[in-house]
Design a binder for this molecule. Structure first.
Ligand SMILES: Nc1nc2c(ncn2[C@@H]2O[C@H](COP(=O)(O)OP(=O)(O)OP(=O)(O)O)[C@@H](O)[C@H]2O)c(=O)[nH]1
Length: 710
């Protein structure tokens, strides 16, 4: 129960009080009647209540005014303190802070232990409690010396050695990227993929008969994974743009060209499916001109190789073109010194723990190296190549799986080698601190903004109540706020607004990111709110089910499993558990779930129209009522349906009929060309010349207006 409500409900009864009487007390005071004697109940900082007789005690009050100052308790305060932190700093409890804010504009019932308080309220609580505040030496901690790790300056050119190109294959869905990668590494990935869509970034090394090497990154083709592709492009030296010769330039072909341009990466065109009867490689090259990809035969510098990924035709020519371009680019890196690289993908492996696919960009990665990436660090325990074989080291342009991370770094993070575990901890700690400070500042300004709005609202509310006494005003405000309290997060489920809280789980970081990116496009909040309350990597856990239960939400998993126990738990709690391995099926089901939440759409089906020809008065019981004599002009009138009376452009009545007759017979339906008498259910002022429309109300299921684009 809130402090305010406990006050009003009489736990501490309010009687009239003159504020001047207790202006000297360190804490808001309230009067109450204790037994028969009028007593003043003051709430002292130590939260013990002291009773003092009011009658004839002016002398005593005067004495109090000149009381020598006692040493006030000092409270260390800082920006962004939560209610709990302030209470702890004051050595008081949560209720004490609430009570200190009782007569302020702060909405007490919206305060939780972890609510961040505005600076002036922190000060208010301290001074109201008869204490004094001292700013904590926050600035010292905020201005901590930067202990971050960063990339080294460019290497001395004499230390650089040639390195293999890192190549990303991009292109429109189904144009043959996976088949091309598959042919290049002679494996069978395409047949094992769920739904035929590549799900995460892998990588492998191709060696030409002449000894040159190429590192290929395997980038998913589906639209949902575009951020993953963009990341691939950023780690890449060359992009092989696959365009199907029978299909030509499509949306994602253009998107891939844009990625390449943004990342300033040169392109080689692989005109694929040239074995098909309707293949037209010339058309592809012409269409590419419109996107500033000018192939060599049109006088440009972009190589275009005609291939058949399926049959393996001309793949060597493609590889040779890649190596030739790499030579022009003079790709070099420094193989010594601290390692620098990039996380291409990250996932949690049941046996190995947090694992990343990483591309080495500088230095040579070895077992035992200490790495940092984002806010996690690793002492490299194992390195594996694309075939799952353990390797001792990985030089520039090599992609390896790194095992040994303490936490899972995110895809796209920079990997940097540091000298020791201690240094890694220091970097991670600094980054966490830095992020925390930044978050705090953002939160603080958001809170201040919110509180400003609250204050304005509060002032507006008070303006209307200025004629009331202090006590009446409090009661009125309390009553007015009751409705607002009813929509606190915990009670929001009772509000009219439809909502679908979601828990999203995925196998790898990139999958979760892809799903969240799709959810970002959700724009049907006015129909049903969609709120991701929790997301993460890994199989569905008991915690996920509990969170879903708490929020009344559904769990969506992508490429993850739920064991029998979890399934049973979810079923017992009535939590929808939706597991998918194909992204568009997941989205389809989400759209279905959203649509199912919407109320049916009621539409009107007009069945007939009649014109009012004359009005007759008939007696029903003792009452005279008007019957409209009509001629049906179109369709038919049906007594069971609803009717509308139209005069000129206005609708003057809408409702049901009490009776519909043809001559003396009660009719269920009356068709076009027939005459009938209509008696409305209720008083209706029919007039000759009015139009009567009969319509049926049809309820149809509503479909969410959200269109994620596939
Ligand atoms: N005839 C012919 N078919 C091909 C060729 N390359 C790919 N295909 C077929 O085209 C279809 C799509 O190929 P994928 O390799 O899955 O295409 P993708 O671009 O990787 O597709 P996503 O992973 O969905 O982005 C498959 O049925 C392949 O067998 C080719 O050179 N010739």
């Amino acid at each position: 129960m809130s402090v305010m409500s406990s006050v009003i409900r009489g736990t501490r009864r309010l009687v009239h009080a003159d504020p001047a009487l207790f202006s000297n007390f360190p804490f808001p005071a309230v009067f109450c009647r204790a037994g028969s004697a009028d007593s003043l109940l003051t709430c002292q900082p130590n939260r013990k209540f002291a009773f003092k007789h009011v009658k004839g005690q002016k002398k005593e009050q005067k004495t109090q005014k000149v009381k020598p100052k006692v040493d006030k308790q000092e409270v260390e305060i800082r920006q962004g303190m939560t209610v709990a932190a302030l209470a702890e700093a004051m050595n008081r409890d949560f209720d004490h802070v609430l009570e200190a804010l009782l007569n302020t504009s702060v909405h007490l019932d919206s305060l939780e232990k972890d609510t961040v308080l505005e600076e002036r309220w922190i000060k208010e609580v301290v001074t109201q409690s008869g204490m004094k505040f001292r700013w904590a030496k926050l600035s010292a901690s905020r201005e901590r010396p930067n202990r971050d790790a960063c990339r080294r300056p460019p290497a001395d050119p004499t230390l650089l050695v040639p390195r293999p190109p890192v190549v990303t294959i991009m292109g429109h869905v189904d144009h043959g990227k996976t088949t091309l990668l598959d042919s290049l590494r002679k494996s069978q990935i395409v047949s094992t993929e769920a739904g035929g869509i590549t799900q995460h970034i892998g990588a492998f090394l191709v060696q030409l008969p002449t000894g040159e090497k190429i590192t290929f990154l395997d980038t998913p083709g589906h639209a949902a994974f575009s951020s993953m592709r963009a990341r691939g492009a950023n780690a890449t030296d060359i992009i092989v743009l696959v365009v199907a010769a029978d299909d030509g330039v499509m949306n994602q072909t253009v998107e891939s060209i844009e990625h390449a341009r943004r990342a300033k990466v040169p392109v080689i065109v692989a005109v694929n499916k040239c074995d098909k009867p309707h293949a037209d490689p010339q058309r592809v090259k012409q269409e590419l001109l419109a996107h500033d990809i000018v192939c060599e035969e049109f006088g440009g510098d972009v190589q275009a190789i005609h291939i058949s990924a399926l049959k393996g035709d001309n793949l060597l020519a493609l590889a040779e073109a890649t190596v030739a371009l790499a030579e022009v680019l003079e790709l070099k890196a420094e193989p010594t010194g601290p390692v620098e690289g990039l996380v291409i993908e990250s996932r949690t492996d049941k046996g190995k723990g947090p694992v990343t696919t990483a591309i080495v960009q500088r230095g040579t990665l070895k077992r035992g190296c200490v790495l940092v990436a984002g806010k996690s660090w690793a002492k490299v325990r194992f390195l594996f190549d694309e075939n799952g074989c353990a390797v001792r080291e990985a030089g520039p342009s090599t992609v390896v799986e790194v095992v040994g991370w303490k936490e899972l770094p995110s895809a796209g993070e920079t990997i940097l080698e540091v000298e020791s575990e201690q240094r890694a901890r220091e970097v991670v700690e600094w980054r966490s601190h830095d992020e925390e400070q930044r978050k705090l500042q953002e939160e603080q300004s958001a809170i201040e903004q919110k509180q400003k709005l609250h204050l304005e609202e509060y002032r507006r509310e008070r303006e209307g109540l200025s004629h009331l006494s202090w006590r009446q005003r409090k009661v009125a405000l309390y009553r007015a706020n009751k409705t607002r309290f009813a929509t606190r997060p915990s009670e929001r489920m009772q509000s009219d607004q439809l909502s679908l809280p979601l828990i999203v789980k995925g196998d790898v970081d990139g999958s979760v990111e892809a799903i969240l990116n799709i959810l970002d496009s959700y724009d049907a909040q006015q129909q049903c709110e969609l709120e991701v309350v929790h997301f993460g990597i890994g199989d569905i856990s008991e915690n996920d089910v509990n969170v879903a239960e708490m929020f009344g939400g559904s769990i969506y998993g992508f490429n993850v499993a739920a064991n029998r126990g979890i399934e049973q738990l979810a079923a017992r709690k009535g939590i929808p558990l939706r597991l998918h391995s194909v992204i568009y099926k997941l989205v389809d089901q989400l759209k279905e779930e959203l649509s199912a939440k919407l109320p049916p759409l009621v539409s009107e089906n007009i069945t007939g129209e009649a014109s009012v020809v004359a009005i007759f008065d008939v007696t029903v019981g003792k009452k005279k009522v008007a019957v409209a004599g009509c001629r049906v002009q179109k369709g038919q009138l049906d007594r069971r349906f609803r009717f509308r009376l139209i005069r000129g452009r206005d609708t003057v009545w809408e409702g049901s009929l009490a009776a519909m007759r043809h001559h003396k017979d009660d009719m269920q339906t009356v068709r076009a060309g027939m005459e009938c008498g209509l008696l409305a259910d209720g008083d209706v002022d029919f007039r000759a010349g009015d139009i009567v429309v009969c319509f049926e109300e049809v309820a149809a299921p509503q479909v969410t207006s959200w269109d994620p684009g596939f």
